[in-house]
Design a protein around this ligand. Structure first.
Ligand SMILES: C=C1C[C@]23C[C@@]1(O)CC[C@H]2[C@@]12CCC[C@@](C)(C(=O)O1)[C@H]2[C@@H]3C(=O)O
Ligand SMILES: O=C(O)CCC(=O)C(=O)O
Ligand SMILES: [Fe+2]
Length: 368
């Protein structure tokens, strides 16, 4: 059955791929890939004291640490997360194999203009005048049909890895949800859609494989432009090449340095809504590298199709009115496909009593 996650894009088809996208044959960065105003916010060097929190999930204090990271960063890295190293290596190999196929072959699994799954440009490309130095492959539901096109002989071993990865990620995402919600004082009874055992069985998800080839002029190029994810949370596995940056208030862009075996967790717009803005979604982007090939695999986690996300009643009161109206993930994806970084403002109900603007109003961000 086609996933409802794809419905939001029907009204907003995007270009599939640029005419020439054989990155490896380009010795110079074409104008169509040259971004200007890349330094609207300063980039913070990695020797700075500001670094994204690294949390050991077996730490007895994990709940407090996670809560603090969500409130102050919107992103953290986790170790001792229980995902086997072999599975992380395997998913990295699948991505590497996929993106190293000849372009002709990859196009056999191209995403349709109004679809969600398959090979193509980042969906957000349509909001920018310049092209991004990356390729992506999105998996929603079974990758079988696309993988059969890519690897007529070997597709089943690749499908098995995806299935296993998604199964493990789903468990980890459920655990992280309870740490995050627990840090807000929310328990099982407060979230009906978590199910009787609190396992979030009906949760929806997408897997996004991103490839960032080495780039002849990385200072003028952009791997993936600044955006927030529309998810509850996203779990990202990056290879050992840096590139992911998050925007930190008062500091600028901070690089999320790869830590061997660690996974990056970032707060998405739906958790921002659920927490009534207490845990803001984080603006992030991916930069590219002159010599190194970068890969990332993002597990985008959201509520079941039919569930409407709205600020949790436990977090509301006379001085804390609900700031967002209820939305399903699918409806929110449609809003995102149309309004991109203004989507959160589109579902906003009223201005906070203190008259301050939303900490996560990304309308100001215009890159490119
Ligand atoms: C469920 C989804 C979230 C996503 C759109 C998608 O349908 C599948 C791809 C996801 C992704 C990955 C790259 C960044 C992003 C903004 C995009 O264009 O596609 C996200 C979307 C999102 O979180 O809004
Ligand atoms: O490649 C990265 O580090 C970021 C990827 C990302 O933001 C995404 O897939 O949503
Ligand atoms: Fe993202």
């Amino acid at each position: 059955m086609p996933s409802r996650l794809s419905d939001g894009f029907k009204a907003h088809p995007v270009q599939l791929y640029p005419k020439h996208q054989d990155f490896n044959s380009l010795q110079e960065l074409p104008d169509s890939y040259k971004w200007t105003q890349l330094d609207e916010y300063p980039s913070c060097e990695s020797f700075s004291s500001e670094s994204v929190p690294l949390i050991d999930l077996t730490d007895p204090n994990a709940l407090t640490l996670v809560g603090h990271a969500c409130k102050t960063w919107g992103v953290f890295q986790v170790t001792n997360h229980g995902i086997p190293t072999k599975l992380l290596d395997d998913i990295e190999s699948v991505s590497r194999c996929l993106f190293s196929l000849p372009q002709q072959q990859k196009l056999k699994a191209a995403r349709s203009p109004d679809g969600v799954s398959g090979y193509g440009l980042a969906r957000i490309s349509s909001f920018f005048p310049k092209l991004m130095w990356s390729e992506g492959f999105t998996i929603v539901g079974s990758p079988l049909e696309h993988f059969r096109q890519l690897w007529p002989q070997e597709y089943s071993k690749f499908c098995d890895i995806i299935e296993e990865y998604e199964k493990e990620m789903k468990k980890l995402a459920g655990r992280l949800m309870w740490l995050i919600l627990g840090s807000l004082g929310i328990c099982n009874e407060d979230i009906k859609w978590a199910g009787p055992k609190g396992e979030f069985q009906g949760a929806s998800a997408a897997l996004q494989l991103n490839s960032y080839p080495a780039c002849p002029d990385p200072d003028q190029a952009m791997g993936l432009a600044a955006h927030t994810d529309s998810t509850l949370l996203t779990i990202l596995h990056q290879n050992n090449t840096s590139g992911l940056q998050v925007l930190r208030e008062g500091t600028g862009w901070v690089t999320v340095d790869p830590v061997q075996g660690a996974l990056v967790v970032n707060i998405g717009d739906l958790l921002h809504i659920l927490s009534n803005g207490l845990y803001p979604s984080v603006l992030h982007r991916a930069m590219v590298n002159r010599t190194r090939y970068r890969l990332s695999m993002a597990y985008l986690y959201g509520p079941p199709d039919s569930v409407q996300i709205s600020p949790l009643s436990k977090l509301l009161g006379p001085s804390h009115p609900p700031l967002y109206r209820p939305v399903t993930w699918n409806e929110y994806l449609g809003t995102k496909a149309k309004h991109f970084n203004k989507a959160l403002s589109c579902v906003r109900l009223c201005v906070p009593l203190n008259g301050l603007v939303d900490v996560n109003d990304h309308n100001r961000v215009q890159v490119g």
